[in-house]
Write a protein that binds this ligand. Structure first.
Ligand SMILES: NC(=O)c1ccc[n+]([C@@H]2O[C@H](COP(=O)([O-])OP(=O)(O)OC[C@H]3O[C@@H](n4cnc5c(N)ncnc54)[C@H](O)[C@@H]3O)[C@@H](O)[C@H]2O)c1
Length: 381
């Protein structure tokens, strides 16, 4: 489905508004249909930040309906339902405390009610819940809707790699773009300047999502190499775990830089081996690539928990509970998916960094084994 089809029943209000837009990254859509209804599926740390951006942007654009629905996995916080707190206090006190959400962001605990009339669906749940969510909404989402996945993670299918966007496409039967970048939620919420990348197989759809999400402090570039954008978002979390392990036994910045470089090489090689479509090196130079890798290896929860794992000897599960207050860790899960995909193809020795991170997280291999793994990396042979 193209956004031009979505916008077919134009009411022409936008034309008279005469908005100036950049020619290169302009969707070219000046004519507006019924305002497009947006639903955010998920309300964790990142989903809440994105609701802040979208809620504020739609107020100024007639192309989008003024109310933004946000599906909230209901839980009770200090004796009150989280949806009630969000709708009356306009703050997600559990996942984004200290930031006011716009009043036009309306939280709902019913997934089916949230998505039933949506034109644009922004998927922002942790990736372990995406299959269940898609099963529940598959017959409810309008077939003309467009999706945008913010979910960083991958899955395994019969042919090897399965992207989260593939799962949404297959189950919900809509076009899906992705948004990935060097975007640590707390920093974006504080309106610190950053960039992000939208990958879209249908450029026009990516440009529509750019209009929905771009702000002066959150700059969006759209590329068509969508699978690579998505893969970068997932794989960098494995590298960030590797850097966290190094921090745990007090490696210096030079060693960390080595992990980042070798990690990037493995990300590119993994993309070239497993992506069905073209994998452009240029995509790794977008915000979704090097920038997200660097920000996750210095900030971010995967690095932080991996460091604590190396220092304390507690399990990943214990640390996730202790340190993240309900937030989910993506790196260990993604490393397990990647490990299975590589093992099936007999390629573990070509990806020693990904492999050692998996073995440290899941098989009790010593954290100090990171160093011999780097020393014997095929890059140096
Ligand atoms: N936080 C960031 O800085 C950031 C930045 C960019 C992208 N992302 C990506 O966004 C996605 C969402 O991450 P997040 O940080 O917003 O989430 P989070 O880890 O902060 O929150 C966990 C969410 O999972 C929900 N949940 C718990 N149990 C559930 C269940 N059984 N079914 C459905 N939902 C359940 C919780 O209600 C909560 O909304 C991830 O893929 C992440 O990689 C995060």
């Amino acid at each position: 489905m193209l956004c031009s089809d979505l916008l077919a029943q134009a009411d022409r209000r936008q034309q008279s508004a005469g908005k100036a837009q950049s020619p290169r990254q302009d969707s070219g859509v000046e004519v507006v249909a019924k305002p497009l209804k947006v639903c955010i599926v998920g309300s964790g740390n990142w989903g809440s930040v994105v609701s802040k951006i979208i809620g504020s942007n739609v107020k100024n654009m007639k192309k989008f309906a003024p109310t933004v629905k946000m599906w909230v996995f209901e839980e009770v916080v200090s004796g009150r339902k989280l949806t009630d707190i969000i709708n009356s206090d306009h703050e997600n006190v559990k996942y984004l405390p200290g930031h006011r959400l716009p009043e036009n962001v309306v939280a709902t605990p019913s997934l089916s009610q949230a998505v039933q009339d949506a034109d644009l669906l922004v998927f922002a749940s942790p990736h372990q819940f995406v299959r269940t969510i898609c099963d529940e909404i598959a017959d409810i989402v309008p077939k003309t809707a467009l999706g945008l996945s913010l979910i960083k993670g991958i899955d395994e299918g019969p042919e090897g790699l399965k992207l989260v966007s593939d799962i949404i496409r297959e189950k919900v039967d809509i076009d899906v773009s992705v948004l990935m970048g060097a975007n640590i939620a707390s920093e974006v919420a504080a309106e610190q300047f950053c960039e992000t990348t939208i990958g879209s197989k249908v450029l026009q759809n990516g440009l529509l999502f750019k209009e929905l999400l771009q702000t002066p402090k959150f700059r969006v570039t759209v590329v068509e190499d969508s699978d690579t954008v998505e893969l970068c978002g997932a794989l960098k979390n494995i590298v960030a775990m590797g850097v966290g392990f190094c921090d745990g036994f007090c490696c210096g910045d030079s060693t960390k830089a080595t992990v980042i470089r070798l990690g990037l090489k493995e990300m590119i090689a993994f993309g070239r081996t497993f992506c069905k479509g073209q994998v452009s090196t240029a995509t790794f130079l977008e915000s979704c690539g090097v920038a997200d890798l660097v920000s996750s290896c210095y900030g971010g929860r995967n690095r932080k928990v991996a460091e604590a794992f190396a220092r304390t000897g507690k399990t990943i599960e214990e640390l996730e509970k202790e340190m993240l207050n309900g937030q989910k860790l993506q790196g260990p899960h993604t490393s397990a998916q990647v490990y299975r995909i590589l093992r099936k193809k007999g390629l573990l020795d070509k990806f020693p960094l990904f492999t050692v991170v998996y073995q440290i997280c899941h098989e009790g291999r010593a954290v100090a084994e990171m160093i011999p793994c780097l020393q014997n990396h095929p890059e140096h042979r």
